[in-house]
Design a protein around this ligand. Structure first.
Ligand code: IMP
Length: 179
């Protein structure tokens, strides 16, 4: 397995190998299965980054559920531009339903805050965040995600759905920017 990879102008080093990711994804799904038993939740997957995490997670979530998607963006290159733009509406009725927002990473938290504000106007029964990665040092929100996979340092990461200028999403392992 390659320990270092070059994407565009930057060098990345192997950070979390696929086997560890898969174990963590399974354990998050196990918790969700317990907490949402008989609740028929809606999984709201935030594109593009969460596509791979969501696909793996939902294979392990074997109870009844709905799955839908939304698209937001706040990143250009390796930095957050601080303003969240909605690029796709939520195309399902969430009224009185339990919603689980599926994110690849919570960094500043601006994306999930914006999404939660949108959702609350639609009267869901509950809203929780499920993220594979959480960067607490960068987080500016008020409430940490309820379901977190890996708590990681404030360094840019890529792979397993996360990109650097649209490259690297297809990597099965996670990589971290090498400085
Ligand atoms: P936030 O709004 O700052 O929490 O950022 C959330 C979004 O920014 C994520 O859904 C990712 O798409 C992107 N993002 C944040 N940190 C990283 C990173 O380290 N690598 C790749 N994308 C990131």
């Amino acid at each position: 397995m390659d320990q270092n990879i070059q994407i565009h102008d930057k060098l990345f080093k192997l950070f979390i190998p696929s086997e560890y990711i898969q174990d963590e994804v399974q354990s998050i799904a196990d918790k969700l299965m317990v907490d949402y038993a008989d609740k028929n939740p809606i999984f709201l997957v935030v594109l593009n980054g969460a596509f791979m995490f969501a696909a793996d997670l939902l294979k392990h979530y074997t109870d009844s559920c709905d799955i839908t998607f939304t698209k937001l963006s706040s990143y250009v290159g390796t930095t957050s531009v601080g303003k969240v733009t909605k690029q796709m509406d939520i195309l399902i009725n969430v009224s009185n339903r339990h919603v689980i927002i599926v994110e690849d990473i919570v960094d500043t938290g601006l994306t999930i805050e914006a999404l939660k504000l949108n959702l609350f106007e639609l009267n869901p029964a509950s809203v929780e965040i499920c993220t594979l990665l959480f960067k607490p040092e960068a987080f500016k929100g008020t409430e940490s995600p309820k379901y977190q996979g890996f708590v990681i340092p404030n360094k840019f990461v890529l792979g397993y759905g996360l990109d650097y200028d649209e490259r690297g999403r297809n990597l099965k392992d996670l990589y971290q920017l090498k400085e």
